[in-house]
Design a protein. Sequence first.
Length: 277
Amino acid sequence: MNPEKDLFFISPLDAPLQAYFDSPDREDYFEIAWLKDEEPIHFIKEGAPRIKGDWLYLIPANRSPRPRKSGKKGTLLAFHKAVLDYEVKEFTLDVIRLFLGKGVGGFSTILLEEDMVASLESILRTIEDEYKQQQKNFLVLKALLKAFLLKLMQYKTLTLTRQGLNEKRVYHFLLLLENHFREEKTVTFYADKLNLTPKRLNQILKQKTGKTITQLLQERIVVSAKQQLVASAKTVQEVGYSLGFDDRSYFSRFFKKMTGLTPEQFQKQAKKRIFPV
């Protein structure tokens, strides 16, 4: 056995992989599939956002069938389960826990945040460079793989902590939105209040709600506009003014863009439904 050849396999996901996929020994390999700027390939519960980004699929050995990932942008890194025979028992158990996941699929999925992408990419590029060498060094490959896996374990622990924190941030954002959507329509205002950059706040909201700050803000304005157009005696201009629109025509254009109807058309249709002739 050539350990460098038989214990590791690395390839772009969009390269011909059929020989590897058809290998009778494939189930003996742990697989790390890194999808770059792709939508998830696993089942997402109905209504949950399908976020495009850097997805990691950690598929343990002896797991079949495996999610279909060929043809996607990204990298496949596979290592034989025998690699773990050289490790201490505690590390091997940590690796198995990392890969197993909690879902019915029997594998783990991780949506990487930007700070982690750069860190992991650096290690992966080094692994690839060593793998391409004619005289591969098994000990170097094993050490680099271990560094990659340890970084993933660290990240997964950090992610669990961040998820709780990010849920609180979403809650506080929604409170801010409810109190200020009429007069504050800039992304910067809400990000500053939460001590986050606009980009980071958008990432959190997109991950948790499937929508950006601007989308949530616009939707809240439309809900209030509809309520006032139907349930109050205000004119269209007064409704727009109450929501921070000084220009009636600008409010009308915004409302039509969001709903497909002018404020007057919406008001007429809504009142027909409430008070049919």
